[in-house]
Design a protein around this ligand. Structure first.
Ligand code: ASP
Length: 304
């Protein structure tokens, strides 16, 4: 397993996003690279504006992910890849480490911005332990309709079109943020794996697997072979590593090793309550960006 790690002491507030892990074989020209980088930059800038304006980390991650969903460049929202049945099914999740609010949807087709639907469920559902915190399929679609959320239009789905504008089956998106008060939040959104069975669900909407925000501990958003991240309990494993005394880099490394032992690969972005950031991946590339008062980075391939 080859592990690539970016680490930074970003301080407060801070935000980090990812646009998926994989080979990024869709990048065939400088133009493709620029388009993908611009999508990341604009997402991280959108989240940063929320934080600078005094918004919460939860609002920041939702706005950042929503920007990537709407760009059509990533495998989430408008850029989501079809299942083997030709349908497009979204999975999304949000988690607020401070309040414990959590909302997630899977195999949902209705919303234009699946991450906003997850946020709405975190507000309207009963939370933990009463629930619901996770809705699937038809019930999830009905919830979105009844909440009056904006509906996805087929003509917006870029991966269905003949010449995709840089969409990538590797482009699950996610964000983690910490606000000036040290409140952590995380969000993840995906179209799943290209050509997946209709109804298949991976790690992205599952708290503790593809998403986690835990008070005064860590915020994590993951991407990769969802089956392995699910079985690893990936994001929980990072939190447990921290509880056991590991620093964030080691906790990330060990959690990715577990995914590797399960023959999976991928990566994640994670932030601690003091603005310590780690972006780690075991694939040839991971689209990622972060922003804080003194830092603004956008990267796709490993930096040596
Ligand atoms: N983790 C996502 C899933 O398994 C896919 C990805 O991140 O590329 O649905």
């Amino acid at each position: 397993m080859v592990l690539h790690l970016d680490t930074a002491a970003l301080g407060l507030p801070a935000i980090a996003v990812h646009g998926g892990a994989g080979t990024f074989s869709v990048i065939r020209s400088e133009d493709d690279l620029n388009r993908l980088s611009a999508g990341l930059e604009s997402a991280v800038a959108t989240g940063w504006r929320v934080l600078e304006g005094g918004g919460s980390s939860l609002e920041a991650v939702v706005e950042a992910v929503s920007s990537m969903e709407s760009s059509g460049l990533f495998n989430a929202g408008r850029g989501a890849v079809p299942t083997s049945g030709g349908s497009v099914e979204f999975d999304s999740s949000v988690m607020d480490g401070e309040t414990g609010a959590v909302g997630a949807l899977c195999s949902v087709t209705y919303p234009a911005n699946p991450i906003r639907a997850a946020l709405r469920l975190s507000e309207r559902g009963g939370g933990v332990p009463d629930g619901p915190i996770l809705l699937a399929g038809e019930g999830a679609d009905r919830f979105c309709r009844e909440e009056g959320l904006e509906q996805m239009r087929p003509e917006w789905l870029t991966a269905w079109q003949e010449e995709p504008a840089g969409t990538s089956e590797e482009g699950t998106v996610g964000a983690v943020a910490v606000d000036p008060a040290g409140r952590l939040a995380a969000a993840t959104s995906t179209g799943g794996r290209a050509g997946q069975w209709p109804g298949r669900v991976g790690d992205s909407p599952i708290p503790g697997a593809g998403v986690l925000a835990k008070k005064e501990t860590v915020a994590v958003s993951a991407t990769g072979t969802g089956e392995a991240f699910l079985v690893a309990g990936f994001a929980h494993q990072i939190a447990w590593g921290l509880a056991g005394g590991s620093d964030l880099s080691l906790a990330m490394t060990e959690a990715l090793e577990t995914v590797g032992q399960l023959k999976g690969s991928g990566g994640a972005v994670a932030l601690g309550p003091g603005g310590e950031m780690v972006a780690g991946f075991t694939t040839p590339a991971m689209a990622r960006a972060w922003r804080a008062a003194g830092a603004f980075e956008t990267r796709i391939f490993p930096v040596r």
